[in-house]
Design a protein around this ligand. Structure first.
Ligand code: GLV
Ligand code: MN
Ligand code: MN
Length: 424
């Protein structure tokens, strides 16, 4: 690899393109690790499947002669080319998935980053700044709350010590699971502050497909609030306990779920709300439930509207606790304000997409992303490509090959322009 600090951008840069077949082959190869029925993937963070996926991606990084560093919470940062005394232009995403995930969420961004490196290497492209491709631990937050955990710690938003002590949904300790899969790395976290961070990701929603647009220039990520709500009632006989004498934890859980739906309607605008997990004990047909635990996910692009929704959830819990005579304990497991991306980087994504001949529109992100955490420490931006039927966190998640290729090429040229100084 030739490295020429300070060199002007290569005049041939405009013709560089990633290799679509190689991009798709790697996506499919990674999707075979933890494959589940229906074409989906289950690689919850720090499981054996996550370890196998990590091993595969790191093998690819080493094949590309990247310098691979693993930090104290298992984030993996691979650096290549450029003047190593300068801060890198970083891209990447995550390779953990939800339990019934698709093969593109996160994985696409990491593999597209490898495509950027392999394309530049094959072209002998001179680079001023190094390029780093990262995958961050537990972006999904499905096993260990909060989501975007690894990038949060990377950006200094949570201490490594706090992260290592987190308990997963299966009761395991994050630090123990990191050790168990061999990914408690030696590098300190927070890590190197990038010059820029840019992440390509599937949209995971219906907006681009409905508009017939290929590229989303992401302007912001909505705020996220997660709670785990524990309800304690009293188990009793389903046949003999009069309705007025029940302290029914299952009924209370269901009531809160209904109230969450009502809160989204009352707050309106972009407010969404989800009760995604419900556990009931003893979970038997003829026993009034003794206890229940539910999760609530509230999101809004508007910070004060999100706060209003959270307050309304508090009122709902108090009212249900009192009307059903149950005890309710709320535990906040994630709470992130909306994030605005860097205006000049949003411009660059938009301009680069146009230069490459793609239709592009600005849009906020409904899903959480590592880029929102990196935005705390450096200018950051995201590139979206359409999701067929707007589906994600579903085994049927799909994006057309041409769109995956388009997004990876936009990533390539945004990274290159940031690494060598944007000629525009
Ligand atoms: C994580 O990716 C989320 O948006 O829940
Ligand atoms: Mn994702
Ligand atoms: Mn996801």
């Amino acid at each position: 690899m030739t490295t020429t600090p300070g060199a002007p951008p290569d005049a041939t840069t405009g013709s560089l393109r990633i290799d679509r077949a190689r991009l798709l082959d790697r996506i499919d190869a990674l999707a075979r690790v933890g494959a589940i029925e229906g074409g989906g993937v289950c690689r919850l963070a720090l499981t054996d499947e996550d370890r196998a996926g990590r091993d595969l991606v790191i093998a690819w990084m080493r094949d590309l002669e990247m310098d691979v560093v693993i930090d104290a919470v298992g984030n993996v940062i691979a650096t290549w080319g450029g003047d190593r005394s300068r801060a890198p232009v970083m891209c990447g995403s995550h390779i953990d998935t939800v339990r019934t995930g698709g093969k593109y969420d996160g994985n696409y961004g990491v593999i597209a980053g490898l495509e950027v490196v392999e394309t530049l290497a094959a072209a002998g492209q001179p680079l001023d700044r190094p390029i780093a491709v990262a995958f961050f631990t537990d972006e999904e937050g499905a096993r260990f709350h909060p989501d975007m955990l690894g990038s949060l710690v990377y950006a200094g938003g949570m201490s490594t010590e706090t992260a290592l002590e987190l308990r997963g949904i299966d009761g395991t300790r994050l630090g123990d699971e990191l050790d168990r899969i061999g990914y408690a790395g030696p590098a300190p976290c927070p890590g190197v502050v990038p010059h820029r961070y840019v992440e390509v990701h599937i949209e995971q929603g219906p907006v681009l497909e409905a508009a017939g647009i290929t590229i989303g220039a992401v302007t912001s990520v909505q705020g996220i609030h997660w709670e785990e709500i524990a309800i304690v009632g009293r188990s009793s006989h389903a046949g003999t306990t009069p309705m007025a004498m029940r302290r029914d934890a299952a009924f209370a859980a269901a009531s809160i779920a209904v109230r969450v739906r009502e809160i989204t309607a009352a707050v309106a605008g972009t407010q969404v709300g989800t009760v995604g997990a419900i556990e009931v004990h003893p979970n038997l047909v003829n026993v009034v439930a003794a206890s229940a635990t539910i999760t609530v996910d509230l999101r809004n692009t508007d910070r004060s509207a999100l706060r209003r929704a959270v307050d309304m959830l508090g009122v709902a819990c108090d009212e249900v606790a009192s009307s059903e005579s149950v005890d309710i304990t709320r535990r906040v497991t994630a709470d992130f304000d909306p994030v605005e991306f860097d205006p000049s980087m949003i411009d660059l994504v938009e301009r680069t997409a146009r230069d490459l001949g793609h239709s592009v529109q600005r849009m906020p992100s409904g899903a959480g992303h590592d880029a929102q955490m990196l935005a705390r420490v450096c200018p950051a931006a995201m590139i979206f490509v359409p999701s067929v039927d707007g589906l994600s966190h579903n085994v049927a998640e799909f994006t057309d090959a041409a769109d995956l290729e388009a997004g990876a090429n936009v990533l390539l040229h945004v990274v290159l322009r940031e690494a060598n100084g944007d000629p525009a």
